[in-house]
Design a binder for this molecule. Structure first.
Ligand code: ADP
Ligand code: MG
Length: 787
């Protein structure tokens, strides 16, 4: 008898266990039994051979049509060929041998059914598998097994590879299932309420189903477990969080907040009022706020954050604002200081009565400036501290940290928000995280199970619309000339433009640019396989920072190496360039800026901005552009989030097909921020009806960021959706799809919450508690691996 935690080798033997460990990293009985089939073959239903693509590693079911054997030309040995068919198409299986292959000829007799595994290639116009592995159905070597196999109508097909075939996995699974002895972790009452089969039945049913209904039933149960365990963890965390206390900072009359409101040059939108009131109430109590503020690009989240920060400062606390990039941190610093005017000039002549100070701390400050910022934070002189990842460093201390604000949360992981939170003395600071990449409800329930959510849906009144057009540069080269003309027209009217390229160019490292200055904990939405690795870009925007929705798609989360059916993987489509459709390297800022300056935009004032510039130059370029002393900013995606220059009205995105859908939406959010309408031109060489073009058309067709973000998520795999920020989730969610299983996740959440509130330590549910421990250990292991 074996339990899920038992090492595999004790159950199936060393020889069978080794390749499973090496190739698929399956080490325990549980690992193996959670390696679910990718799909099922119905006995007798042949695989459609026309669907095979060159290069794929496939497992097909087919009938042997004819066999031939001939001597090799010029060499000793024979070539044995078996042609198999699905009734329409044909596939040639080729075997080379030094000697004769009579035994193979006897084995692979015409008329027999079999499973054949190998890599598809084309030789002389014919599809073939060279040296495939095979198993003839109903003719296994071990008689009992063969009988069992034959009785089953449904054949599971596993993700397999050259080194280990689908049926070898099936054989090991069978042994494991035969000796399995498990206690069902799910309380009987819950099982009954939701019509779930037992765990043992589910594991049997998913691996060795009697029919497809069996598969469905089993999948339902296993999905439930994934959702329920996760929700139990989250419910426990929420409960634990309620045990923390926070210093209440109720709104005080005639403080900085009132003075700021009086200075605001506009009316708050209804949404801003509502979210602001919620936040104001929550930081007024002795219990830490945990709130996610999501809102469309340009909906005015920053004002809400500043108002919350001022309420905290009025209450004697400090607030910190963490931004994902240096450019954004600098912009926040500049604009907040400006908006506050005398309110932020404490210690200076002309300061307001209750004035405070705003400090900026980024990784690239000079030593003196850094010392001053650290001192102002530690002494409490600065009521507001703004910065990048540099804020997370240990030396950064606060006198009285009352509020943590995280801008563009999707760029940060949970660890980072915790690192900041830990800088509060006693109790916990209030927490406000903001994002313009909306998160579907189910993802929020799963990833941010401990956050309350406010959503800003409207844009401030008077915003002019943004018009987006796709410019097919390959088909219509003269359109591109028109693009540059448009920018000249904007400039003639005193307006400004962005030109965005996928690459920096020059001698530096290549890849998507991002000036974030420190660890990339892996964004939550739009993470990639590369996310979570420690991209210590140090302000040089190294290409290592691939935790973005444009980088590293090609490694597809790394779990598809030996995919046997091609899977849903269209990854790499909009990789930072490597996999894009055209062969030439993506356009680069440095090259294009030079070219534009000489040619189509000669005479205009061009500025260049990218992550590799030294911080003061970055700041100078951005400042010059913000002040209107530059007409065009040629830049990378460093301007993707947050950058706010209302006089900028046009944006040209070069090689637009290299960017993700949400990313394009974020980028174009940089224009149309004032009262003049915005224009966004998506320049691409992708072919007219390619997938890339369809994506661009979608972006051009809607301004609804929620819709685009959903689309973006649908095109990703679950692990990417959750991101490295949620270590462990990636591997613990195998069957559950967040976008489709909303109803089930909701039910699981309710049940889990109820169970945890009745029995927080799960004392009455030992099997459930131990399943949770396994999940958390796994999560921790992955977290450590990544650190
Ligand atoms: P985002 O939500 O994308 O972070 P910002 O906070 O940067 O948006 O706001 C975008 C612009 O809108 C800023 O220039 C800001 O000053 C302005 N803004 C914010 N709220 C309002 C409002 N109620 N009315 C008019 N303009 C506003
Ligand atoms: Mg913003």
């Amino acid at each position: 008898m074996a339990i899920l935690e038992d090492p595999l080798r004790l159950v199936i033997g060393d020889k069978a266990a080794k390749p499973l460990d090496r190739v698929l990293e399956l080490r325990t009985v549980g690992d193996l039994l959670r390696h679910y089939p990718r799909r099922y073959e119905t006995r007798g239903e042949l695989t459609d051979l026309a669907s095979l693509r060159d290069g794929e590693y496939v497992t097909v079911q087919a009938v042997i049509a004819k066999v031939t054997s001939r001597p090799m030309r010029g060499k000793r040995g024979t070539i044995f060929e078996a042609t198999v068919t699905d009734g329409r198409g044909q596939l040639v299986l080729t075997f080379f041998s030094r000697g004769r292959q009579d035994w193979r000829e006897r084995q692979l007799a015409p008329g027999l059914h079999g499973l054949f595994s190998g890599q598809v290639s084309t030789f002389r116009g014919k599809r073939q598998l060279a040296h495939p592995d095979y198993e003839l159905l109903g003719a296994g070597d071990d008689a009992a097994r063969a009988a069992a196999e034959y009785a089953a109508e449904i054949i599971p097909v596993y993700r397999a590879s050259k080194e280990i075939t689908s049926w070898q996995i099936a054989a090991s699974v069978r042994i494991a299932l035969d000796v399995l002895d498990i206690q069902d972790p799910m309380p009987r009452a819950i099982r009954k309420r939701h019509g779930l089969c037992s765990l043992a039945d589910a594991l049997r049913g998913i691996h060795r189903p009697i029919d497809l209904a069996d598969v469905r039933r089993s999948t339902q149960r296993l999905k439930w477990d994934e959702a329920f365990l996760l929700q139990t963890v989250l419910a426990q965390r929420r409960l634990a969080a309620t045990a923390y206390s926070a210093t209440p900072r109720p709104r005080v009359p005639d403080g900085l907040l009132d003075a700021y409101d009086a200075r605001l040059p506009f009316e708050l939108t209804v949404g801003q009022e509502l979210a602001g009131a919620q936040i104001s109430d929550e930081i007024a109590v002795d219990h830490p706020m945990h709130r996610l503020l999501q809102g469309e690009v340009g909906s005015g989240k920053t004002v809400i954050a500043v108002r919350a920060m001022l309420q905290v400062v009025d209450g004697g606390g400090q607030a910190v604002l963490l931004a994902p990039t240096e450019v954004l941190a600098q912009q926040h610093f500049r604009s907040i200081t400006e908006q506050l005017g005398p309110l932020a000039q404490a210690g200076q002549l002309g300061a307001a009565e209750r004035a405070t100070r705003v400090a900026l701390l980024t990784g690239s400050l000079g030593a003196a400036a850094r010392r001053r910022a650290l001192l102002e934070a530690a002494s409490g002189e600065a009521g507001i501290v703004i910065g990048t990842h540099a804020l997370l460093e240990e030396q950064v201390q606060f006198a009285e940290l009352g509020l943590v604000v995280i801008d563009e949360q999707h760029r940060f992981g949970v660890e980072q928000r915790d690192a900041l939170r830990d800088k509060a003395g006693d109790g916990r600071p209030h927490l406000l995280v903001m994002t313009a990449t909306p998160i579907p409800r189910t993802v929020a329930m799963t990833v941010f199970g401990d956050l309350e959510i406010s959503t800003l849906t409207e844009l401030p009144a008077g915003r002019a619309p943004i018009f987006t057009h796709v410019v097919p540069a390959a088909e219509k080269p003269h359109y591109l000339e028109r693009v540059w003309e448009r920018l000249r027209e904007e400039a003639a009217q005193g307006r400004q433009s962005y030109v965005v390229c996928p690459r920096i160019g020059g001698d530096g490292p290549e890849g998507p640019d991002d000036d974030s200055t420190g660890q990339d904990g892996g964004p939550v939405v739009g993470s990639t396989g590369g996310g979570g690795r420690d991209g210590r870009g140090r302000g040089d925007g190294g290409p290592d920072d691939s935790g973005r929705d444009d980088g590293g798609r090609d490694d597809g989360g790394g779990d598809d190496g030996g995919g046997d059916d091609g899977g849903p993987d269209d990854g790499g489509l909009y990789d930072g360039g490597l996999y894009a459709e055209s062969a030439r390297p993506p356009l680069a800022v440095l090259d294009l800026a030079a070219e534009l300056g000489r040619g189509p935009l000669a005479g205009l004032r061009l500025a260049v901005l990218h992550g590799r510039l030294p911080p003061d130059e970055k700041d100078r370029a951005m400042l010059a552009f913000a002040q209107g002393s530059m007409d065009v900013l040629v830049t990378t995606t460093v301007v993707e989030v947050g950058v706010d220059v209302p006089n900028a009205t046009a944006m040209v995105i070069m090689d637009a097909d290299r960017f993700g859908v949400s990313q394009l939406h974020q980028l174009r959010g940089r224009v149309g921020r004032g009262s003049h309408e915005g224009l966004c031109l998506l320049v691409t060489e992708a072919e007219a009806d390619s997938k890339s073009r369809q994506r661009l058309d979608t972006v051009a067709g809607t301004l609804d960021g929620f819709k685009l973000s959903r689309l973006d998520l649908e095109q990703r795999r679950e692990g990417d959706v959750l991101g490295a920020a949620q270590a462990g989730r990636r591997s613990s969610l195998k069957l559950l799809t967040l976008l489709k299983d909303e109803e089930l996740i909701g039910r699981a959440r309710r049940e889990a919450t109820e169970l945890v509130s009745a029995d927080p330590a799960l004392a009455g549910y030992p099997a459930l508690a131990s399943a949770l421990r396994v999940l958390l250990d796994q999560e921790r292991a992955e977290y450590l691996e990544k650190a």
